[in-house]
Write a protein that binds this ligand. Structure first.
Ligand code: B3K
Ligand code: ZN
Length: 876
């Protein structure tokens, strides 16, 4: 497979205005008849090219132009293309009949079957597995789709848009439905579903007073578990009207939950298809984290209706145009529905753990990549989460109103377009008059900028000079970089912890935001009465790392009293990370450190403040993860030492704060019936965070409390939390809980994944053999992505100490799974392989073992382009 480059983009030589599909669903031989209205693209005149359509894994039955069947000599067929050598010069109709095999489709792209349900996934390039087509996002057409199937197997028949007609066919055993989507769309947004599913229904009245029929289709008997998703959908629809003035544009909005899905969900026009784990939830079956994820993914897919569907991408290099923007929108939605500070902490935590790690390794790429071999490998934390940060920075630079004006202009100017990132940014420039040309480097330069900050205070002049330097380390293919435009929101704390008034170069700095645009720059604050403590990057105003030499006292002041609660948490988190890095060093050199105790006490006083909401206090109590510490250490990492240091600190905090944690554990117990709202979830989170630290202390009382927490849990949040902790400890209590969990949930395909994951994340020495047994378990299957993620994914991504066993057996296991998976589902195989991306940062012994594992994959025959691309980049 050859790379595709952004610089080679050319408009399509042909356009397809209308698509008529007639799909007759059969398990192994589905017939697809497609009738296309084709014409030469006026924007590509002078390029008289043959019409070359994409198509893969198709059986071609017939082709006709304007009703005249084509002879073999009139077209050329390869594994991936169908080229028509002679086409009329004016508009023409192209009829193509193909056959596909849904039952055999385990790559889960195109039309496939999950639990007997026919469904489809086309993004990024799955439509070419349904019929021959111009499978690129800048070819927009209106679709009319006729579906036909056995009534018994598929009483429900759905496609994009509005239902036109349905009926039974002569003979009575088959039926059909005709759907029409009036909005022109690229083929990646096409979808169909056929199956025996149960709906829950509702309606939504839009801002202009239209009624929209809403339905969520799930497995029979699971209807009650779709209520939260429905509630989330309605709140999303309302929010998009209020916050962005965006109204829904069809008469129906359908969501279908399926079990086998390569990712979380898909925003097909009017017919979103979801991984069932992100739809189904009840107090007994889903954790608060899942309730939260359902709310945010339902919102995300809904928000795509405007950012992605009405305005789509010109080409796949522009992916962040819809993904980064839509993540930003769903994050803002969650911030409005819940606690904005806690939401920001959760989002930043995720960004650092996943995106910063990606940006620091061999898979680093710009938010707008310049080339790819397999586009599915670029649905990454960088495109999504860093992409969202770029939109957030534009909002920070322009302010809330300026940002909204830019968005309004974008919707007005580009509705119906396949747009580019440049066009998007231009809307903000045009609406505000602010020059964003330097800012645009964020889209093309990869890597996490490093800010080195220094504050010098001149007590005679009462001036504080904040010097900031930006360091842009090389990333693959980008040895040197230009300085970026980095918005820094900041505050200066006086000795009592209060914010001082900011006067930058003598003028009041109202919004507290300064722009770093040079490599090195000094910001001069005047009328500063005493030496201040800087609070930098408030609300995480830019996706960068900051190094600022703070004394323990200064860090403690920020932790105790920063008015920016995000930064108060950030100070605690940075303090914890620094403490952990120091303990890892101490473990290496055999020296002792007292830092842990000091940190624990500071944490105690920060958490004690009961004016803070419980969810926020829970975030304070969560230490940085082991992979965060590994990323900060950056080279020669010994994951076993990181794990030991982490455990020691947990234990120390548990011991030092024992009485406080016990109080919290008692006080935060659920009052009244379960409710998934943010406040109640926050109390559970704080209680479980306290439980975690107490369990780390490990006294018999603590273990008994933990076992009891499991046994008496009345909801899945508490039960799963205890299960993970118990499985991490082992012993009889763990076995009892795991057996109980299995017996209770073995028939539930979604919930049982918690049982798989709890075992795969256990840091105990026997975990790899357990994981090897789990992949032989009757409920496990390599063809089910959720199972693969629960076992293989959890082991490789959430169990640093056992995955990185010094003998390399963890890597060898992963290699075996990747090679086996690659024959079944290359997208999932490539994802799993990505867990090895930080291998170069390991100490030499493990590094050599990881390299061997990677080389074994690289040498394997007939790899998919997906895995081939990842292995080449990771090894480079
Ligand atoms: N747009 C889809 C992701 C498609 C992934 C293709 N490999 C879901 C989303 O981001 O909303
Ligand atoms: Zn998306």
């Amino acid at each position: 497979a050859r790379p595709v480059h952004l610089k080679d983009y050319r408009p399509p030589a042909y356009l397809i205005d209308r698509v008529n599909l007639d799909i007759s669903l059969e398990p192994t031989r589905t017939r697809v008849h497609s009738k296309l209205a084709v014409r030469a693209n006026p924007k590509a005149v002078g390029r008289r090219e043959p019409l070359r359509l994409d198509g893969e894994h198709l059986e071609l039955a017939s082709i006709a132009i304007d009703g005249r069947p084509l002879a073999k000599k009139d077209y050329k067929l390869t594994d991936t293309t169908l080229t028509l050598t002679k086409t009329p010069s004016g508009p023409f109709t192209l009829d193509i009949t193909t056959f596909v095999n849904p039952e055999a489709n385990k790559a889960l792209q195109g039309i496939y079957r999950s639990n007997k349900v026919y469904c489809s996934q086309c993004e990024a390039e799955g439509f070419r597995r349904i019929t021959y087509f111009l499978d690129r996002p800048d070819v927009l057409a209106t679709y009319t789709v006729r579906l036909e199937a056995d009534i018994a197997a598929a009483p429900i028949l759905l496609a994009n848009g509005n239902l036109l007609e349905r009926g039974t066919l002569p003979g009575g055993s088959r039926h059909y439905a005709i759907w029409r989507d009036p909005h022109p769309k690229p083929c990646y947004l096409f979808a169909i579903v056929g199956g025996n599913l149960a709906p829950i229904s509702s309606t939504f009245r839009t801002m202009s007073g239209r009624n929209v029929d809403l339905a969520i289709y799930v497995e029979h008997g699971k209807e009650a578990r779709a209520a939260w998703a429905m509630d989330s959908l309605k709140r999303s629809m309302k929010w998009d009207e209020e916050r962005f003035g965006r109204e829904y544009d069809l008469d129906v909005f359908n969501i279908v939950a399926v079990s086998d899905f390569n990712m979380g969900a898909m925003e097909n026009k009017g017919l979103n298809i979801f991984n069932d784990r992100l739809i189904l939830a009840s107090p007994e079956t889903a954790t608060d984290a899942i309730f939260e994820a359902i709310e945010s993914v339902v919102a995300h897919e809904y928000f795509h209706n405007w950012t992605g569907n009405r305005i789509t991408c010109r080409d796949w290099f522009q992916l962040c145009l819809k993904e980064g923007l839509t993540v930003y929108r769903d994050q803002e939605f969650s911030a409005d529905e819940r606690s904005a500070t806690v939401q920001r902490i959760i989002d930043v935590r995720g960004l650092k753990t996943h995106q910063f790690a990606e940006d620091a390794g061999p898979l680093a790429h710009p938010v707008r990549p310049e080339s790819y071999i397999e586009i599915n490998n670029f649905y990454t934390a960088t495109v999504y989460e860093k992409g969202a940060e770029l939109v957030r920075m534009i909002a920070t630079i322009l302010g809330r109103d300026g940002f909204r004006q830019g968005m309004d202009l974008y919707f007005e100017r580009h509705d119906g377009d396949a747009a580019t990132v440049d066009e998007f940014v231009t809307c903000f420039e045009d609406a505000s008059g602010v020059d964003l040309s330097q800012f645009k480097l964020w889209y093309s330069q990869a890597g996490t900028p490093e800010l080195i900050a220094n504050l010098r205070y001149d007590k005679d002049k009462k001036v504080a000079n904040l010097e900031v330097e930006q360091i842009l380390a090389p990333t693959p293919g980008q040895p040197s970089k230009k300085p970026m435009h980095i918005p820094i929101r900041l505050g200066l704390l006086g000795a009592n912890g209060h914010d001082l008034d900011l006067r930058l170069d003598g003028k009041p700095l109202e919004d507290g935001v300064v722009s770093l645009t040079k490599r090195k720059q000094t910001f001069r604050f005047s009328d500063v009465p005493s030496r201040p403590v800087p609070s930098l990057l408030r609300g995480f105003s830019a996706p960068v790392n900051v190094t600022l030499d703070l004394s323990d006292e200064d860090a403690e002041l920020l932790m105790a009293s920063d008015s920016d609660l995000f930064n108060r948490w950030q100070a605690a988190n940075t303090y914890a990370a620094r403490t952990l890095v120091e303990s890892v060093k101490a473990l290496t050199t055999g020296k002792r450190t007292n830092q842990g105790l000091r940190f624990a006490r500071a944490l105690g006083s920060a958490v004690q403040d009961d004016k803070l909401e419980p969810a926020y206090r829970a975030e304070l109590l969560k230490l940085p993860t082991q992979s965060d510490i590994a990323r900060i250490i950056g080279k020669n990492v010994d994951p076993a030492l990181v794990h030991r240091a982490h455990r020691q600190l947990m234990k120390l905090v548990g011991k030092t704060l024992g009485p406080l944690l016990e109080d919290l554990y008692r006080d935060m117990a659920d009052r009244g019936p379960f409710s998934p709202d943010a406040e109640s979830a926050g109390r559970r989170a704080l209680r479980n965070a306290a439980l975690t630290l107490l369990a780390a202390r490990g006294t018999p009382t603590d273990v008994a409390r933990l076992a009891q927490h499991y046994g008496t849990a009345t909801n899945m949040t508490d039960r799963a939390h205890a299960l993970f902790l118990l499985a991490g400890r082992g012993g009889t209590e763990a076995k009892v809980a795991l057996d109980d969990f299995y017996a209770t949930w073995e028939k539930d395909n979604v919930v049982i994944d918690t049982w798989f994951a709890a075992q795969a994340q256990s840091p105990l020495a026997g975990t790899l053999s357990r994981v090897k047994a789990l992949i032989k378990h009757p409920l496990f299957s390599l063809t089910a992505p959720n199972k693969v993620r629960a076992v293989v994914g959890t082991f490789a991504a959430a169990n640093p100490v056992q995955f990185n066993r010094p003998d390399g057996a963890g890597y060898a296991f992963l290699t075996d799974q990747v090679l086996a998976l690659d024959k079944i589902n290359p997208q999932i195989a490539a994802r799993m392989l990505g867990t090895l991306r930080s291998w170069r940062a390991l100490e030499s012994g493990r590094r050599a073992k990881a390299r061997k594992a990677l080389q074994r994959i690289a040498r394997a025959k007939s790899l998919s382009p997906d895995v081939q691309e990842i292995v080449l980049r990771v090894l480079e």
